[in-house]
Design a protein around this ligand. Structure first.
Ligand SMILES: Nc1ncnc2c1ncn2[C@@H]1O[C@H](COP(=O)(O)OP(=O)(O)OP(=O)(O)O)[C@@H](O)[C@H]1O
Ligand SMILES: [Mg+2]
Length: 225
């Protein structure tokens, strides 16, 4: 489903170039649950951004569902992203002045979903993450774990087959972190493909296998859990 062939990413800052990824080959099957580990600065977020079509590689080919997306325009990439990928971030990235309900509804508003369909889906997602009673609360009134569950519901709004999570438990205590991983495990069993960056071996243990990056290169691929 996700295939990198010799992907490199070079950031240019004026005269200075920084090689964030070099010669990366990876392949993730549909329905896989993969964790990505490696020291700070090793290229984990860069890799995730390319997988999620938020950024493009400098070199190499990226095949998503058999389609080479490395040469697409920004608009074409955003269409693919809307259809295929849901993002979860370490800092939740929720709108602070919108309710849990409104945060989850937003992607559907952007994508022109009908009112009745939006309402049905938001309630279904709130129930799935155990937050129906919190629908009208704002993120500022919720714990980190609850905010992350809202963020997961929002990521699922358009029913994407792929979930990308960059340190989803990085700001959570271990109990809340494990609750988040229980939700991810359920999403995986439903058939979604999940890629997750983590520093925590106990969190990586929820995945099927780990890709380890070092200085922008794959150091280890496929260490099973
Ligand atoms: N937009 C950018 N412009 C220039 N350099 C960048 C940019 N984004 C990332 N980098 C550099 O690329 C390298 C890899 O960054 P990346 O964010 O992918 O690392 P990471 O593995 O996610 O680290 P962390 O664990 O700290 O989140 C870093 O050295 C970083 O400074
Ligand atoms: Mg990062």
């Amino acid at each position: 489903m996700i295939e990198f062939r010799n992907i490199s990413k070079v950031y240019k800052m004026g005269e200075v170039e920084f090689v964030a990824l070099k010669g990366v080959f990876i392949a993730v099957q549909k329905g896989g649950f993969i964790s990505i580990m490696g020291p700070s600065g090793s290229g984990k977020s860069t890799l995730m951004n390319i997988i999620g079509c938020l950024d493009t590689p400098t070199e190499g080919s990226y095949y998503l569902d058999g389609e080479n997306v490395s040469g697409l325009t920004f608009d074409q990439l955003s269409t693919i992203r809307n259809r295929k990928v849901g993002f979860v971030f370490q800092n939740f990235n929720l709108l602070p002045y919108a309710s849990a309900y409104e945060n989850i509804e937003l992607p559907m508003l952007f994508n022109g979903k009908k009112n009745t369909e939006r309402k049905r889906r938001v309630n279904e997602l709130l129930e799935m993450v155990g937050l129906l009673p919190w629908a009208r609360h704002r993120p500022t009134e919720m714990s980190g774990g609850q905010q992350q569950r809202v963020a997961i519901a929002r990521a699922l709004a358009m029913d994407p087959p792929i979930i990308l999570a960059d340190e989803p438990t990085g700001n959570l205590d271990s109990k809340s972190g494990h609750e988040i991983m229980d939700i991810f495990s359920r999403l995986w069993k439903e058939g979604r493909t999940i890629l997750m960056v983590t520093h925590d071996p106990a969190i990586a243990a929820f995945s099927q296998s780990t890709i380890r990056l070092l200085d922008g290169a794959v150091q280890e691929n496929g260490a099973a859990h």
